[in-house]
Design a protein around this ligand. Structure first.
Ligand code: NAP
Length: 304
């Protein structure tokens, strides 16, 4: 149990913030965590389940004494929230966020923050398809990566403190610049989500013809797409609107590969298909070797 910060404020009390709270408690990483959410309904739920030491009814009350303020709201509203909290931030405080895109958040938040406040954007590469204050759990970040994206002038001491917090919450911490982060995430997360959304949409059209067989036989691969495509619509709308360039670049490349595979199927080019699938299988093995997934049958899911 090593305390890293005295007072922490979590703005937005959904999946990520609630997981951070439980992980901070588990590690004894902060003496007091205050939380604020936009709706009174979420604040009530938070009070009921003991999420945060103090649940505040105003942003001011939540941030005024905080040594660390973490914005855990959808990417599209980070700038508005930063503007609202700016006058109440303590001198020397660190402001961070957990947004899934970084360039847009830096552009939206940075200009509002006063002199003497450190801004260190971050992104935990961990999540589930669930959202809201009851979705969080202390283990969410264990052995997952959290990327810190320090901006120009970020103080080294403040960066190491934030790193210490994320490591205390179980994460492996890496640093990257915002352009690189947004491109890597477009490949590993944003484009795959869009493809899953599309596939589930197509299958839904089909199911009207096939009388729900899509659902009945979903174990054949489709089920894993549906889990991803159940992710929060607000969050994902904001991700695509705010990581436009990198996502469109990757989708362009995806379309080219898809056409190549389509041609291989049409022309009966089995060698192309076999080589392609052999290559992709090796990538899957690499992920398992890096400890980022399990090779247990059925992805380690428990039998229901
Ligand atoms: P979530 O469970 O949907 O929670 C979002 C929270 O933000 C809620 O407490 C909500 O308040 C609040 N909020 C929404 N709109 C707001 C506004 N206009 N002003 C103030 N508060 C507002 O979301 P989450 O999954 O924790 O995601 C939060 C952030 O983490 C996002 O930026 C997302 O990109 C990032 N992230 C998500 C994942 C993931 O897999 N979910 C992974 C890594 C990073 P109410 O409940 O009162 O509406």
């Amino acid at each position: 149990m090593t305390q890293v910060y005295d007072k922490v404020a979590l703005i937005g009390l959904g999946l990520i913030a609630s997981s951070m709270f439980w992980a901070m408690k588990r590690g004894g990483l902060a003496s007091e965590v205050r939380g604020f959410a936009r709706s009174s309904e979420t604040r009530e739920t938070a009070r009921k389940i003991g999420l945060c030491d103090v649940v505040c009814d105003s942003l001011k009350e939540a941030v005024k004494d905080a040594d660390l303020v973490v914005l855990c709201v959808p990417v599209g509203v980070m700038g508005d929230v930063a503007k609202e909290i700016a006058p109440f931030l303590k001198a020397g405080a660190t402001v961070s966020d957990v947004g899934s895109v970084k360039n847009a958040v830096i552009d939206a938040v940075g200009p509002h923050l006063p002199e003497g406040v450190e801004f260190i954007p971050a992104h935990p590469l961990a999540g589930t398809e669930h959202s809201g204050p009851e979705a969080g759990f202390a283990e969410l970040f264990d052995n997952r990566f959290t990327v810190l994206v320090p901006v120009e002038g970020s103080e080294k001491k403040a960066i190491s403190k934030l790193r210490e917090l994320w490591e205390g919450m179980g994460a492996n911490v890496e640093e990257m610049d915002a352009d690189h982060h947004d491109l890597v995430l477009a490949v590993t997360s944003h484009a795959p989500h869009l493809i899953a959304y599309t596939m589930v949409g197509v299958a839904d059209d089909l199911s009207r013809v096939t009388d729900s067989e899509v659902i009945k036989y979903s174990a054949a691969g489709f089920r894993d797409f549906t889990r991803i495509a159940a992710s929060d619509p607000t969050m994902w709308r904001d991700v695509f609107l705010n990581n436009k360039e990198a996502t469109l670049e990757i989708l362009g490349r995806f379309t080219e590969e898809l056409f190549a595979l389509q041609r291989a199927i049409r022309t009966g080019d089995g060698e192309h298909l076999f080589d392609y699938f052999t290559h992709t299988r090796a990538i899957r093995r690499g992920i398992i070797e890096a400890g980022q997934d399990t090779d247990a049958p059925n992805f380690g899911r428990e039998k229901k």
